[in-house]
Design a protein around this ligand. Structure first.
Ligand SMILES: *[C@@H]1O[C@H](CO)[C@@H](O)[C@H](O)[C@H]1NC(C)=O
Ligand SMILES: *[C@@H]1O[C@H](CO)[C@@H](O)[C@H](O)[C@H]1NC(C)=O
Length: 263
């Protein structure tokens, strides 16, 4: 029973693949082409296609239909005689293309998210081996970005390696590494150019990071461990002293323990 059902499903799939491969299709596209965000150079294009063959096209700049084979040409000729239709298509440049493109520019193209930029030393040189710096920009949109290393405000191009990555959530990150031998008084910075900035952003080395909390805790635990050790050692000593020498020594050592605890 189960296997018969599976067979049925398989057959249906195979039949649909065959019928699609043997099928014919006709389609039209409507496109708005523009090269500048002020939309002064907009072209309204309609294409007419059969299978993958485009047989006729309307281009608003040309102002009429143009066929690319005999069928397309005769159809274009007939449509071009309809001046009202041509007039309406001309109006569609504004009504359809300009209007929609304006919305699309502001809702898609103009959306930007500023990167978070960090410049860090990832390997300290020793005068002979180079110091390695990393300039990273995180979580920006759109992906077009330019990172430039500056040495005393002059661009550096040699010994630079850059890697761009997509976060996978519309945001992007980029990392640029610079190897150089530091000279005293020299100023290194990383210039970031991105659509989200009015002007390039120039970042110097990140300030040294505050000690992470986990390390502070480790030091505190270490220090208190040392204290406990001293106290334990001292109390071991008291016990020993009491047993061997008596009351006077006990008082003396109690005072010492008190001091250790105050530290
Ligand atoms: C529309 O026509 C103009 C004028 O011939 C041409 O410059 C332009 O490239 C055409 N646009 C498209 C998208 O084909
Ligand atoms: C553009 O679109 C808006 C909103 O859909 C509409 O109100 C407006 O009339 C349109 N403009 C033109 C020129 O058609």
């Amino acid at each position: 029973m189960v296997s018969a059902n599976i067979l049925c499903l398989n057959l249906i799939v195979i039949i649909s693949v065959f019928s699609e491969a043997d099928g014919y299709y006709t389609y039209r596209t409507i496109e708005c082409h523009f090269g500048s965000w002020d939309l002064t150079d907009i072209d309204y294009i309609r294409t007419y296609n059969f299978n993958k063959f485009e047989y006729m096209r309307y281009n608003s700049t040309v102002g009429k239909f143009v066929g690319s084979n005999q069928y397309g040409r005769s159809k274009a000729e007939a449509l071009n005689r309809n001046t009202d239709y041509l007039k309406q298509l001309k109006q569609d440049v504004d009504k359809y293309c300009r209007n929609n493109s304006k919305t699309e520019i502001s809702s898609i193209l103009e959306k930007t998210v500023k990167p978070e930029v960090h410049v860090k030393i990832i390997k300290e040189g020793n005068g002979k081996t180079p110091t390695v710096l990393m300039c990273s920009a995180y979580d920006f949109y759109p992906k077009q970005i330019k990172l430039t290393w500056l040495k005393d405000n002059e661009p550096v191009t040699s010994d630079v390696t850059t890697e761009e990555l997509a976060n996978g959530d519309w945001y992007h990150q980029i990392h640029s590494q610079l190897e150089y031998i530091p000279k005293s008084g020299e100023k290194i910075s990383c210039k970031v150019e991105h659509a989200s900035f009015d002007k390039p952003m120039i970042s110097g080395l990140d300030p040294p990071e505050p000690m992470p909390e986990s390390e502070i805790i480790e030091i505190a635990v270490g220090a208190s461990g040392l204290g406990v050790g001293i106290i334990l050692a001292a109390s071991g000593l008291i016990f020993y002293m009491i047993r061997t020498k008596g009351q006077w020594e006990k008082t003396l050592l109690n005072t010492k323990i008190h001091q250790v605890c105050r530290l």
